[in-house]
Design a protein around this ligand. Structure first.
Ligand code: FEO
Length: 400
């Protein structure tokens, strides 16, 4: 049974949903599933924009067959060669032997790496700014290297003012029948997963995303069709502004993110007392996460969101608690910048290790301001040490 949608004159969504996959890229939990979007533009020559993951291949092939309705598939535009979008290329070659692949110089190398068919005889190479006509429609190609792989390009349908944006503007989460941004409450139902997708998948490449935003700003765009998540057909400035902020590593809101590890509850006790103090002082935006039971992808996303981060960590095997170390190396890897950080440590044997280790990682990141007040808990906090918590809280308050 086909599962397709006409989303504009000549333009069809032929993607598919996967709610079985537990970990996207075998790393990121996707409790709400994932959508693999693919688009078919019907014209004198029919053109498909990207394919899908192999896991949903059967649905995808049925969708294409239904929309083509016995017509030929003439072209496949490959914007991105990550296998969640390119897995069905070989099947399409066999099913539609006349089909040509439109891609750039970088892409052809990757097709050869992933596949064994005679790639050169099937490929038509395009360059930056080149225009390609299928009849009524004219497509223009723009290179977007490292958003998210080096070969990535985006395709602009000049005729309908549609941007096929590859991974950009995508999100985790299956579509559940609501394909468009205005079908759902974006702020309540969507933006947290779009942020988690962006920060973990593309977060490291802020400069390259800025380059793409600059190119896209010269286009008149009516619709953004990403490879994952909802299709944007209005209020485009909302998601573009988010991308602008995220790719500049600017915090979305002034607020306090507290991330802790606690083996026997003593560090957690200090964290709760500190959060309570900040709340009492009127801070509304406070989020507290236990690093042991929160997947690090959520912590990365929240770190991109908030201006201030408090890290409260226990010593473990004369080093950092592993979940905290994993969190810190991940935000360093994702290039997070321009945040204000406070540090609390807990040790029973040797004080100072945690603070030193956290400082070392943060010093390798750009524009991280580490606040002066610290608190070195000796196993558990005592009432007479409340002043330490108050001092940290007051310094955070002043820095907001
Ligand atoms: Fe959804 Fe970079 O692939």
């Amino acid at each position: 049974m086909h599962c397709t949608r006409k989303i504009k004159e000549d333009l069809y969504w032929v993607g598919a949903e996967d709610r079985r996959l537990a970990l996207f890229e075998n790393i990121y939990p996707i409790p709400r599933g994932i959508a693999y979007n693919s688009y078919l533009v019907k014209d004198e020559k029919n053109v498909l924009v990207d394919t899908v993951d192999y896991s949903v291949g059967r649905q995808f092939l049925e969708n294409i067959k239904y929309v083509l309705n016995e017509e030929k598939l003439d072209y496949l535009i490959v914007n991105h060669m990550e296998p969640d979008h390119c897995s069905l290329i070989e099947e399409l070659i066999y099913k539609y032997p006349e089909m040509k692949i439109i891609c750039n110089n970088q892409t052809i190398r990757m097709i050869k790496q992933f596949y064994n068919f005679d790639v050169d005889s099937k490929v038509q190479i395009v360059k930056e700014g080149q225009i390609f006509k299928t009849g009524k429609h004219e497509f223009q190609f723009m290179m977007a290297p490292m958003v998210h792989w080096p070969e990535v390009m985006v395709t602009y349908d000049i005729t309908d003012k549609v941007l096929f944006s590859a991974d950009a503007f995508g999100s985790f989460g299956a579509l559940n029948g609501n394909l468009f941004n205005d079908d759902i409450d974006i702020k309540k139902q969507w933006i947290s997963e779009a942020r988690r997708y962006y920060t973990n998948i593309v977060g490291k490449y802020g400069q390259q995303v800025q380059n793409l935003l600059r190119k896209a700003s010269s286009l008149e765009i009516n619709m953004i069709c990403p490879l994952h998540g909802v299709i944007w057909r209005n209020n485009l400035e909302y998601i573009i502004e988010k991308y602008d902020k995220w790719s500049k590593y600017e915090a979305e809101q002034k607020g306090v993110l507290i991330i802790y590890s606690s083996v026997y509850g003593n560090t957690e006790n200090v964290v709760n007392t500190l959060a309570n103090y900040l709340g009492e002082k009127g801070i509304k935006d406070i989020e507290v996460y236990d690093s042991s039971n929160t997947d690090v992808s959520y912590l990365v996303a929240e770190s991109f969101r908030y201006s201030n981060i408090i890290i409260a960590a226990t010593t473990y095997n004369l080093g950092l608690f592993p979940a905290i170390e994993n969190y810190l190396t991940d935000i360093r890897r994702q290039n997070l910048q321009d945040r204000t950080v406070s540090i609390i440590e807990n040790s029973t044997w040797v004080p100072g290790i945690v603070t030193k280790e956290i400082n070392k990682i943060l010093s390798e990141m750009k524009n991280i301001k580490i606040l002066e007040k610290t608190y070195s808990i000796k196993s558990s906090a005592k009432d007479f040490e409340y002043e330490n918590i108050k001092n940290i809280g007051d310094e955070v308050l002043n820095s907001l």
